[in-house]
Design a protein around this ligand. Structure first.
Ligand code: THU
Length: 140
């Protein structure tokens, strides 16, 4: 992944927060998933009145890719923030993936898969999947 690709992934993830459907938590998450082919799959969180059927941004992106026959991934950028009083999303801190999303990543992404987080200012953090989900249960 080049620095330019990383920057574009972050920008795309930020844009995806606009599509987030979060009338319950008012917390909007965007994700941009880079496939090894260079293709980018996007996702946002999609909530539901029954809460349980809600889907995170990361899983939306991964499931979109897998459902289109793509299963080889290099990196994902994830950003999230709450709405302010005017209903605008404000990204103020890092938004690390939840445990369920980490487990879904482990199904399709290798240990060296990169998770890129952006705090909305100038902070970028990058982790491998192995670092965020050590000793994981998997097909292996
Ligand atoms: N959320 C994500 O989209 N990704 C995560 O990894 C953490 C949480 C969403 C789920 C829910 O719609 C909202 O953020 C608040 O938990």
């Amino acid at each position: 992944m080049t620095d330019k690709q990383k920057q574009e992934l972050i920008e795309t993830a930020v844009k995806m927060t606009d599509f987030s459907y979060a009338p319950y938590s008012h917390f909007h998450v965007g994700a941009a998933l880079l496939a090894k082919s260079g293709e980018v799959f996007t996702g946002c969180n999609i909530e539901n009145a029954a809460y349980g059927p809600s889907n995170c941004a990361e899983r939306t992106a991964i499931f979109k890719a897998v459902s289109e026959g793509v299963r080889s991934f290099e990196a994902i950028a994830v950003v999230g923030g709450a709405e302010n009083k005017d209903g605008k999303v404000e990204i103020k801190d890092f938004c690390p993936p939840c445990g369920v999303c980490r487990q879904v990543m482990s199904e399709f992404c290798g240990k060296e898969f990169k998770i890129i987080l952006f705090d909305g200012k100038d902070g970028i953090k990058e982790f491998t999947l192995a670092a965020l989900l050590p000793e994981s249960f998997s097909l292996e």
